[in-house]
Design a protein. Sequence first.
Length: 244
Amino acid sequence: MGAIVVGGAGGIGSAIARRLAAEGTRVVIADLDLAGAHAVATEVGGLAIGIDVTDEDSVRTALARAAESLDGLRGVVSTAGYLPAALLVDTQLEDWARSLAVNATGSFLVVKHSAPLLQEAGGGSIVLLSSTSALGGASGEAAYAAAKGAVISLTRVAAVELASVGIRVNCLCPGWVDTRFNDPVWEFLGGRGAAEPGELEAVPLRRQGLPEEIAAAAAFLLSEDASYVTGVAWAVDGGTSAAG
């Protein structure tokens, strides 16, 4: 038995893969970036699989292969994401559609096709990635925030529907996390060097989070220590959402 990390080739996903492997979990790394997935899989002693979360056949096949290689699937993490940054009136339809396809539809397909595999293994845990962008109005993130808001609603519905078969479903809502994923937002804000001090004034802890800190939260939600936790959208954001 083991876990699959979808979008595990870099950033938060690779940090989660490393954390799970360090705790003794057998891990499959699935990503559109197959070379990156192989690099992380080699590091953690896992298996790399290619996946396109916007393609249902790709998701179905990748999850089935992961379950077979692990002799059963008990944990699923979906971190694949797409972050365009532009004012709403400047947002291109293709960026809006791509954000929904990767962030929202991708999460839906991962839940849809992992649920039967988790049930077959006797139950398990799914962790999706939303964002604090879905909890408030961040300028420049209309497409991203809308898609990540859908992930929160999906999490709640899935948690209710799958509880009876022993599957817990939760999502994490990271705030600022120090990875290259946020580069489009920094560029929109005028460059990280100029924008970061002002942005961090809104974070009570006055710093960005580390991928490893999000990984720790994901590992908890996957573990038996979280056996009574389902349907939660957990903000891991240095207190940003608490400060409003």
